[in-house]
Design a protein around this ligand. Sequence first.
Ligand SMILES: Nc1ncnc2c1ncn2[C@@H]1O[C@H](COP(=O)(O)OP(=O)(O)O)[C@@H](O)[C@H]1O
Ligand SMILES: [Mg+2]
Length: 333
Amino acid sequence: MPCLSCNDLRVSFRIRKKSAYAVRGVSFSVDDRATLGIVGESGCGKSVTAAAIMRLVPAPPGKIESGAILFEEKDLLTIPEKEMRGVRGRRISMVFQDPMTSLNPVFTCGDQTAEPLILHKGMDKRAAAELSMELFSEVGIAEPKRVFESYPHNLSGGMRQRVMIAMALACSPKLLIADEPTTALDVTVQARLLELLKKLQDAKDMSMILITHNLGIVAGMARHVIVMYAGELVESAPTRTLFEAPRHPYTECLLKTIPSIDKRGERLTVIPGTVPTPFEIPDGCLFHPRCPKAKDVCRKERPALHCVDERGITDNDVNADNDKHHVRCHLYV
Ligand SMILES: Nc1ncnc2c1ncn2[C@@H]1O[C@H](COP(=O)(O)OP(=O)(O)O)[C@@H](O)[C@H]1O
Ligand SMILES: [Mg+2]
């Protein structure tokens, strides 16, 4: 049984009386106690997918058009809002890129960690403070008491992110969604935080969705990876397969842009062009205007998702098996 499975999710945004898809039929599942990586450049629909899981897509302008998200035997897209409130922050928690936007600058970190414990778990102030400091220690904060009494702006970015992780873990969620959790941090702090996330996930039997624009980050972290482009899933595979035998030209491009530690400071390779917004989707394959391997058919026909094996032979039969390798590209038909 997967921890969560998302089937054919479609999310649209309506702007100036025009509506367009930001997520166009995405399916994936997250294995129990494993990490699924979701990668793609900025604007590919990763955060909207995460928001849909939490049912936090701002509506309007957003709308979850269709799909099913199965979690603990419920479809998160159809349960009543009241029931969803029992899932959000408790069974599924989220950590975002920039803790400064989620932490309130006028309260101490301690107040903010303790509050949900008092509210949701009915703890008294003292017990909530004790548990908060315990959580702070667990996320590797060496001086939990000092951090408990600090205001967010008095802490480093890495420390603030640890506070956010502590808050996300407070209710022992089954699934943690980490949306670019280390993007705002420098490379060494990044590495330490990822190590921490991995350790906590193991210790707490959590499943995780790790969202990043940096394919390099999922390498040591995720069991499976899905690659998104312009709201579509373009490739999915076990992590090792994706790195050793990527099939989609977009994935190949992403692999070339991985920043490496020894090349720090050097200009990174970038993929020429930009991700189209939902309102400027091209005909044919959504990636064809930027694709170094585009053929005639790529400009005209939208490719379907196929299963490929080690030899690159495709099979129309797309099934939900996580260990299969899927690709949406005319080169493999
Ligand atoms: N609140 C919103 N209103 C209008 N468009 C939005 C909104 N949120 C996201 N989008 C659009 O949806 C697309 C996907 O965005 P997002 O999921 O944030 O990308 P990613 O997280 O992969 O960088 C983008 O083109 C973005 O402009
Ligand atoms: Mg995002």
